[in-house]
Design a protein around this ligand. Structure first.
Ligand SMILES: Cc1cc2nc3c(=O)[nH]c(=O)nc-3n(C[C@H](O)[C@H](O)[C@H](O)COP(=O)(O)OP(=O)(O)OC[C@H]3O[C@@H](n4cnc5c(N)ncnc54)[C@H](O)[C@@H]3O)c2cc1C
Ligand code: SF4
Length: 209
């Protein structure tokens, strides 16, 4: 058991203020807690976002929808506006995981979940550049049936595990991210072109989930 602090944020400003080196945000916990139990993630602190008012799904003035980071995957997939205007997104979310997981998993957590590469998820395998940079890649030359065909590097061939993100990228969604220096917007075409744009020798694993 690795010791860690637990902090509960009341709002966005409080969550950002609570950030310290080595901390992680806790949303549904369906990915993070598993990885902590396996010894893959060892955060120094958890900042619980479950009381932060970020669960709204609401129309934008110029058209489109804003999906809150803390909206549950089930609520997003079953929201009437999502079903009507973005059936692709609804179907993509409902194609993943299970009803129990989708009831707990959040949109923010889904975006930032880590890869499900078995070598990454099991610390019994010493070779994994994503988990331990410079150790090599167990999947190259190993079990790689569900790994990348396009856009991989010679350091890591893992894929992003989210079904939701594929739909968001196809729909050209924009990700809004808050920080101490303000808010920035990340267009998903950058997200999709990210790996292809990296130098072949750069481990994609150290740069993105
Ligand atoms: C058995 C199983 C099967 C699954 N099958 C599928 C599948 O078929 N398809 C699929 O797409 N997914 C699948 N998943 C993954 C699941 O969708 C994710 O675990 C879930 O979406 C993560 O959301 P969460 O809220 O629980 O995130 P958490 O586990 O709480 O967090 C995940 C990561 O995101 C970070 N984070 C969370 N919220 C924020 C935020 N607001 N701001 C900044 N950082 C944040 C956390 O710090 C952490 O690093 C599966 C998971 C399991 C356990
Ligand atoms: S594919 Fe990436 S995550 Fe999987 S073992 Fe190789 S470096 Fe690790």
């Amino acid at each position: 058991m690795n010791p860690f602090q637990y902090r509960r944020a009341a709002d966005i400003a409080g969550a950002i203020q609570a950030i310290t080196p080595g901390c992680k945000f806790l949303a549904g916990g369906t990915n993070l807690i598993d990885l902590m139990k396996n010894g893959v993630e060892k955060p120094s602190a958890l900042i619980d976002l479950n009381r932060v008012a970020l669960a709204a799904i609401e129309p934008l003035p110029g058209g489109g929808l804003r999906l809150g980071a803390m909206a549950r995957n089930s609520d997003t997939a079953n929201h009437p506006a999502v079903r009507q205007q973005y059936p692709l997104l609804s179907q993509a979310i409902l194609s993943g995981a299970s009803p129990q997981l989708r009831n707990l998993a959040t949109n923010g957590g889904n975006l930032l979940q880590r890869t499900r590469c078995p070598y990454f998820m099991d610390i019994g395998f010493p070779q994994c550049n994503k988990r331990a940079p410079g150790t090599g890649c167990g999947a190259i030359g190993g079990l790689h049936r569900t790994h990348a065909i396009f856009g991989a590097s010679d350091q890591c061939i893992a894929v992003h595990p989210s079904d939701m993100c594929v739909a968001l990228a196809a729909l050209e969604a924009t990700i809004r991210v808050g920080s101490r220096s303000g808010e920035r917007q990340i267009p998903t075409p950058i997200f999709t072109g990210y790996r292809a744009a990296l130098p072949r020798s750069t481990p994609t694993c150290n740069r993105t989930s």
